[in-house]
Design a protein around this ligand. Structure first.
Ligand code: NAD
Length: 340
């Protein structure tokens, strides 16, 4: 099938071309994000292949449909950037990569926790300047800490497993408790109890109407003073302005983010020669106890290889008219309002 690949980076191209070695598809690589404006690039392509910050709103989907596109192949698990109702109306199929490497994201979560705690980012810069002072680098033992995990699916479970090795006490909140976590000794509690008793809180739930701003001013007010908050899931889970207030008051002692509410205008691009216009984001960068990575938690060779192979096979299944296990059941999702 002819596939227009949007938001292409060098690693996407490398791994998609390798996965397509048998030339199942004719791949055309485009660097821009998919938006209504750029959708013209996909004219004549029955399939488009997109990533997390491509915009698949009603207008863009309609433009794609008029250009002959009938398949959306997501190179990611989440689909909160797709207007599912519009896709259903236009008769478009949507396939995704439900799991590529939960280890990649879980391990990045641990990297953020360890870096923030032991202030590796500050130590790295100091040593390079010949400053060997230890003032301000005091950490704490992770052993015996209480960690609250919100969302214990594939990634949350692996985070729990790793932290178990550190000797942490593990609490979780998830409307659908995971028996594997329970077997590990994770204690499921109500959200207010998790918020009030955790030293570290880490988010691993999808972005949906029910989880939008799950961490808002009210949730923050229930947390311990000096709590560590980690978000490697989706930016919209956190009310960033409320988090900034909590950093200023000392309620949050450490913040680690791999995702940001308004990341579409920033992440995945080299903006080092531009003046960044997002004042909220810029304010976050001024805190010494905040680390932000640019949606890179997924970025391991293993994950990118899995994403590429699954994507190529998903498109092939649809092209061949075979049932594709990774096709979204759009009508069911609309009926149950699971919009991510
Ligand atoms: P998953 O579907 O396996 O698990 C999600 C869990 O969240 C499920 O157990 C579900 O029951 C739970 N959940 C649903 N509603 C909830 C609520 N209201 N409160 C608490 N928990 C709730 O998903 P996963 O593979 O573990 O991925 C989790 C998230 O990680 C994804 O949705 C995605 O947003 C994010 N992610 C980020 C990256 C990255 O590079 N930063 C990469 C992949 C995934």
């Amino acid at each position: 099938m002819k596939v227009a690949v949007f938001s292409t980076k060098s690693y996407d191209r490398q791994f998609l071309e390798a996965a397509n070695a048998e030339n199942k598809h004719e791949l055309a690589f485009f660097e821009p994000h998919l938006t209504c404006k750029t959708s013209v690039l996909a004219s004549g392509f029955p399939a488009v292949c997109v990533f997390v910050n491509d915009q698949l709103d009603k207008q863009t989907l309609s433009a794609l449909a008029s250009g002959g596109t009938r398949l959306i192949a997501l190179r990611c698990a989440g689909y909160n950037n797709v207007d599912l109702a519009a896709a259903a109306e236009l008769g478009m199929k949507i396939v995704r990569v439900p799991a590529y490497s939960p280890y990649a994201v879980a391990e990045h979560t641990i990297a953020l926790i360890l870096t923030l705690n032991r202030k590796i980012h500050r130590a790295y810069a100091r040593i390079r300047e010949g400053n060997f002072s230890l003032e301000g680098l005091l950490g704490f033992d992770l052993h015996s800490c209480t960690v609250g995990i919100i969302g214990t699916g594939k990634i949350g479970f692996i985070v729990a497993n790793i932290l178990k090795g550190f000797g942490c006490h593990l609490l979780a909140y998830d409307p659908f408790p995971n028996p594997e976590c329970e077997a590990l000794g994770v204690k499921y509690v109500a959200l207010p109890e998790l918020l009030a008793t955790s030293d570290i809180i880490t988010l691993h739930t999808p972005l949906m109407p029910e989880t939008y701003h799950i961490i808002d001013a009210q949730a923050l007010s229930q947390m311990k003073d000096g709590v560590m908050l980690i978000n490697t899931s989706r930016g919209g889970l956190i009310d960033t302005k409320a988090v900034i207030q909590a950093l200023k008051s000392g309620k949050i002692g450490y913040l680690g983010l791999d995702v940001y509410e308004q990341e579409t205008d920033l992440f995945f691009e080299d903006l080092s020669n531009s003046v960044i216009q997002d004042d909220v984001f810029q304010r976050l960068l001024t805190f010494p106890n905040v680390i932000i990575t640019g949606h890179q938690a997924f970025l391991t060779k293993n994950a990118i290889k899995n994403i590429a192979e699954t994507t190529i096979n998903n498109i092939y299944d649809v092209e061949q008219g075979k049932p594709c296990a990774n096709e979204l059941d759009v009508n069911h999702l609309i009926a149950t309002k699971s919009l991510t």
